[in-house]
Design a protein around this ligand. Structure first.
Ligand SMILES: [Zn+2]
Length: 479
């Protein structure tokens, strides 16, 4: 590996935007002409070219990780643009590749923001495509042969928000100046925020009915949680992040870290020292009413706990045969695939947490995971008051659970179907309160259009949002 972290880290007292990259240095010093070395045997070359991008591993405030080069092994045209994603920034796009065919620009420039946002969107899509058997996942409008791209707007306007819109076929990232500060904060520079919003777009493609506010609050919670879980799994799909995390936490995922803290820079700007959200939380359904953002944290927290449980188990099982960072990457990838498959198998509208939990149990059993995986899943969903406790929680709650026994179930029953803990929970019965959600959940198109209409996929027009009012006007004007 010829790329070293020190190549990209700013000096301690410098602004994070002054990260030096090899291309910049190369422009200063003219290298001597290379002398060709004879190679009698042909060198195999990759089948397809790829490009390097400079990306923040978390965001500009997480200086321990900084920015590094990422390799995207697909063809990317000037824009950046490819077959699924295009970038739009007035007077900047199309951004041209540099002389090496890469999208590497000085951090803090508009060109960097275009390349960074594109790269993180693409990496997020690639992660789920891998879990989808290597097949592309359609956007909600990609029906009947439609191949329209999603457009990424890195500087979509001023505001402390970001959102995905099916009507606009777009991901929009806003920027703002936090109170009492002078520097502008760009949401597009956060891996967590870009991954979160891309997660909304991907889930809208998989489950087009779920974004409608006409669903129970838990369905809205699944959308918000999917965004946050996406950011966590994307970080753990990157070997350098996994290795840094293992070293930082001594392989204890419940230690405070950049993984469980989401959108750190954004959160700090709003006075939240542990990021905008904390995946390693202890919230239960009875504590969150019908407020969708808080409800989402219950699901995210349960998945995070399952991840930590499975990692503890696998680390113990494989500690003599594999590096802990490799075990973490593999554990996270397998859990991400399990969540992905469970969501695909869940109902088209009105999905509840218990539906996804049951599908996770069934998919896990079907693919031959050790029984203790299902015990972790049952326990973590039960302790958060999402499901009934089909097997006793006694061992877990008294800290006596056997974390190393593959067949552990508590009482010998490997149950794969559980019930909702409380059918009358506000998170199932009340209307959705989306007041604290991200910009996506606040879009009128998802507030007004019915789940059944959204579930039919296809493009969404402004008139679809105004349909009821237009029909009313039509009737009034026909009299
Ligand atoms: Zn969101």
């Amino acid at each position: 590996m010829t790329i070293h972290q020190q190549d990209f880290q700013a000096p301690r007292d410098a602004e994070p935007t002054r990260i030096e990259i090899p291309a910049q240095r190369a422009q200063r010093a003219v290298p001597p002409l290379p002398r060709p070395v004879p190679r009698p045997v042909p060198v195999p070359v990759p089948l397809r070219p790829g490009h390097r991008f400079l990306v923040y591993k978390q965001d500009p405030s997480v200086t321990a990780l900084g920015a590094r080069l990422a390799f995207l092994p697909t063809v990317v045209l000037n824009g950046p643009m490819d077959a699924r994603v295009q970038t739009e920034l007035a007077q900047v796009t199309p951004v041209a590749r540099n002389i090496n065919g890469d999208f590497v620009f000085a951090a803090g420039t508009p060109q960097f923001d275009c390349a960074h946002t594109f790269a993180v969107v693409r990496q997020t899509m690639a992660m789920y495509e891998r879990h989808n058997g290597g097949n592309p996942i359609p956007f909600a409008w990609n029906v009947s042969g439609n191949t329209d791209r999603i457009t990424v707007f890195p500087h979509a306007g001023e505001g402390a928000n970001a959102f995905y819109s099916r009507t606009a076929k777009a991901l929009k990232f806003l920027f703002f100046t936090p109170q009492g500060q002078r520097a502008v904060l760009h949401t597009c520079r956060s891996l967590d925020i870009v991954a979160h919003e891309t997660g909304h777009a991907i889930l809208d493609g998989l489950k087009p009915g779920w974004l409608s506010a006409g669903n129970p609050p838990q369905t809205g919670g699944l959308h918000e949680a999917f965004g946050d879980i996406t950011a966590i799994f994307l970080a753990l799909a990157e070997p350098d992040q996994a290795e840094a995390l293992v070293a930082l936490t001594k392989a204890n995922l419940h230690d405070k870290s950049f993984l469980s803290e989401l959108a750190e820079e954004f959160g700090k700007a709003l006075g939240m020292p542990s990021g905008l959200r904390n995946a390693d939380n202890d919230l239960k359904l009875s504590q969150v009413g019908n407020e969708v953002h808080a409800i989402s944290q219950v699901f995210t927290g349960a998945i995070y706990d399952v991840l930590a449980d499975v990692y503890t188990f696998e680390l113990s099982r494989q500690r003599r045969t594999k590096d802990p960072a490799i075990v973490l990457i593999e554990t996270a990838s397998a859990l991400c695939k399990l969540v992905f498959d469970a969501i695909v198998a869940s109902p088209a509208t009105g999905a509840r947490y218990v539906d996804v939990a049951n599908k996770m149990l069934q998919v896990s059993a079907g693919r031959g995971d050790p029984a203790i995986y299902r015990t972790f899943i049952r326990n973590r969903f039960a302790v958060r008051e999402i499901t009934t406790a089909a097997t006793p929680l006694r061992d877990m709650l008294s800290g006596r659970m056997t974390m190393t026994e593959p067949g552990y179930t508590g009482d010998g029953q490997d149950v794969t179907e559980v019930e909702p803990r409380d059918e009358h929970s506000a998170s199932l019965r009340a209307d959705q309160d989306r007041s604290r959600c991200c910009g996506t959940m606040q879009m009128p198109e998802y507030q007004v259009v019915a789940p059944e209409k959204l579930a039919r996929r296809g493009s969404l027009e402004d008139d679809d949002i105004l349909r009821d009012e237009l029909d009313e006007l039509h009737r009034a004007f026909s009299k």
